[in-house]
Design a protein around this ligand. Structure first.
Ligand SMILES: [Zn+2]
Length: 281
């Protein structure tokens, strides 16, 4: 069995504050170690359940957070700049036939209360992302695109609010591990790795063992729209091929499949986030 693992950072055991989330932050190395431990715990459960090939995609910020030298021996790690990847958090999900996907360390969508660092892909630019008119976060969006490739998401980890979001989109049957309970955007009641890591391993093992009961998040249509915070962000995003402008801050992402739309979405977000060179400003 081939399993795809996408790892974000805000929903990792013990991470509550930006001081662990950015490469220029003083506690970043602790954050990286905690992230690597949660990822490895999930991989261990997948391997126990019979996974032959596990591709781990580092999906946070610089996308090279996971400590390669400490990774589970049965894993393959896709690490490296988001600028070098077309599909970022789910890069290479089309590189072979994956039987299942696991989302580790995920966070709630933009505008969610009582959640650690809630945002949707690009917190500085995206006010709201909608699929078929309904706001989606990264869990729902990535699950929908993976579902379009025939890959069911079988497990998600993160804070309690994010686990509720995962169940609302993917169904009550999904395996979840709530590693912390947020009291605000940068504070949570946390359980230590000695408690959460065995749970993550057990849940991942159960999830893959019960793969025949997994549900696909497959949508009959995939209308993808984004609202930006500012008009200049929307101006820049609207110059990308395949983007249709809907209003001062709104776009619709075109494409002939969810996978292609996801690629165009990232191109639009990169453009929205990139300030022009000084001579063009
Ligand atoms: Zn992140």
């Amino acid at each position: 069995m081939n399993v795809f693992v996408s790892v974000d950072m805000e929903g990792i055991t013990g991470i509550v504050h930006r001081d662990m989330l950015g490469s220029d932050q003083r506690e970043y190395d602790r954050g990286r170690r905690l992230m690597t431990a949660d990822a490895n715990a999930a991989i261990e459960g997948l391997v126990q359940a019979g996974a032959d090939y596990v591709l781990v995609v580092d999906g946070h910020g610089p996308m090279r957070n996971l400590l390669f030298e400490d990774m589970h021996p049965k894993s393959h790690l896709l690490t490296g700049s988001g600028n070098a990847k077309d599909h970022c958090q789910i890069e290479a999900a089309d590189s072979r036939k994956f039987d299942a996907a696991v989302l580790v360390g995920y966070h709630a969508m933009a505008k969610t209360p009582r959640a650690i660092a809630p945002h949707t892909i690009a917190g500085a630019a995206v006010a709201e992302l909608r699929i078929n008119g309904k706001p989606h976060g990264e869990t729902g969006l990535n699950a929908a695109v993976l579902g379009s490739l025939g890959i069911p998401v079988i497990m998600v980890t993160g804070d309690t609010t994010t686990m509720a979001e995962a169940k609302a989109f993917l169904g009550e049957q999904i395996e979840t591990v709530a590693v912390k309970e947020a009291v605000g955007t940068s504070a949570a009641i946390c359980r230590p790795p000695s408690a959460t890591l065995p749970e993550i391993t057990a849940a991942a093992k159960r999830a893959l063992e019960n793969l025949d009961t997994a549900k696909f998040y497959q949508l009959p249509e995939f209308q993808l729209q984004v609202d930006f915070f500012t008009v200049p962000q929307c101006d820049r995003a609207s110059r990308i091929a395949g983007i249709e402008r809907l209003g001062p801050t709104g776009i619709e992402v075109g494409g002939d499949s969810p996978w292609n739309k996801y690629q165009t979405l990232w191109a639009a977000l990169r453009a929205a986030l990139t300030e022009p060179a000084s001579w063009l400003a």
